[in-house]
Design a protein around this ligand. Structure first.
Ligand code: ADP
Length: 402
């Protein structure tokens, strides 16, 4: 097989990965998509090849694989067998690049230590994202690793968009409106000239609606505003997170309900959003098929908040020419897109019922003033591209490819 790039998205008990072959002309060809799950409970490595056929499905006991480094060793063994060699580089999804990291960065131990300083800014994600980087640095120090940040694409926001109305010293120490899902928005911004050239240079609102959800205002393909802020808790309601919430509610939970900081953190990340509101599920598919009025209310609320933030972002852009839906819900749920469009009809948004029902690329009706699209996102490909670019800038001696 050609040289490959491994893309890793590491969570608390699972590592999602994809393998891309670097074909002639620097084309990246997806060869594997898989996951190691159940680390510490029921460790299992599975992956499908480019045709969706099973390439590996192996399980171990917790005695054999109880920790992350053992899981990574199993992955390395499998990749060596499957590909015949190690990847030339690993691209990692890293949720937080803090104020400084505004582009994908080759990681060494100094950079890693620096990235660890942002753990308090993303306590649930950053440590998991960084753990495999540390292990690979220790065990395979010649393997190039590139950190790709979810915050980086938003780091050119104006100061006014970047601030909270709190004393300046907090801004200087990093309490800022970072915005997330940047790799997804960057991918969409690069796709628009190809799939929607008439809006690519104009004012576009993108709704990334997955289990995490946010929206981004793109002006000429650059992010100028986001619904998310300091953490991935802000903005839209999500599967289990509430989105925008009055800080007074947090004070109430602590003062009146005796909840500790840890209790509140768990509550906000795991018990709220569509799950908390409906009392049924965090998954939009379950809510769409439920006859319970609470499911309908949760979905109405979701669409209402998306439309409200759409209005906010349209104001930041000084108008709106395009609306793009992406990620699990955005790509697959016509009912949600329709509900959002109906609530944003004051902007001249009108969907074609047929195109929307079929999840077509362009879903707006001919009379719509705003063109609306469904554009599938591909954060892993974005990470692989960034990794390749960093690799090309970096002088890569032949022996590192072994
Ligand atoms: P993430 O990568 O953030 O985990 P995804 O972008 O894969 O999330 O989106 C996952 C969510 O997408 C699911 O929780 C589910 O609510 C929603 N989803 C996936 N497929 C469909 C579908 N066919 N119809 C409606 N919602 C869907």
């Amino acid at each position: 097989m050609a040289d490959t790039i491994l893309v890793i998205n590491a969570g608390s008990s699972s590592i999602k990965f994809q393998l891309f072959a670097i074909e002639p002309g620097e084309q990246l060809d997806r060869r594997l998509k898989g996951q190691i799950e159940g680390i510490g409970t029921r460790p299992r490595l599975f992956a499908n090849d480019a045709n969706g056929e099973c390439a590996v499905d192996q399980s171990w006991t917790t005695d054999e694989v109880s920790e992350l480094h053992q899981a990574l060793e199993k992955l390395v063994v499998f990749l060596r067998e499957y590909v015949g060699s190690l990847p030339v580089a690993i691209g990692h999804r890293v949720v937080h690049g803090g104020p400084e990291f505004i582009e994908p960065t080759l990681v060494n131990s100094w950079i890693l230590d620096h990235l660890l300083r942002f753990v308090p800014l993303a306590p649930l994600h950053q440590p998991n994202n960084l753990a495999p980087i540390r292990i690979v640095l220790e065990r395979l120090p010649h393997l190039l690793q590139v950190a790709c940040f979810d915050t980086a694409f938003h780091r050119h926001h104006s100061e006014i968009a970047d601030r909270y109305a709190i004393p300046d010293r907090f801004y200087r120490e990093g309490v800022r409106r970072y915005g997330f899902h940047g790799l997804s928005y960057e991918y969409i911004a690069l796709r628009l000239p190809l799939v929607a050239p008439e809006i690519a240079d104009d004012r576009v609102v993108v709704a990334h609606l997955g289990s995490g959800a946010s929206m981004c205002a793109l002006k000429g393909g650059k992010s100028i505003e986001s619904s998310m802020g300091f953490t991935a808790l802000d903005g839209l309601p999500m599967g289990t997170r509430p989105g925008q919430i009055d800080a007074g509610v947090v004070l109430y939970l602590m003062n009146e309900k005796g909840m500790t900081v840890k209790d509140v953190e768990h509550f906000l990340y795991h018990d709220c959003g569509l799950k908390g509101l409906s009392g049924i599920s965090n998954d939009v598919r379950d809510l769409l098929t439920s006859v319970d009025p609470k499911a309908k209310m949760a979905l109405d609320y979701f669409a209402y908040r998306i439309a409200l933030f759409g209005g906010m972002l349209a104001t930041a852009l000084g108008g709106i020419d395009g609306l793009v839906f992406t990620a699990g819900i955005g790509e697959n749920a016509p009912t949600i897109r329709q509900a959002v469009a109906d609530r944003m009809s004051c902007f001249g948004i009108k969907l074609s019922e047929v195109a929307n029902a079929k999840n077509e690329l362009c879903i707006s009706s001919e009379s719509s003033r705003v063109t609306c699209y469904v554009v599938p996102t591909d954060e892993e490909l974005m990470i692989a591209r960034h990794t390749l670019q960093v690799l090309q800038k970096h002088e890569m001696p032949e022996e590192r490819r072994a």
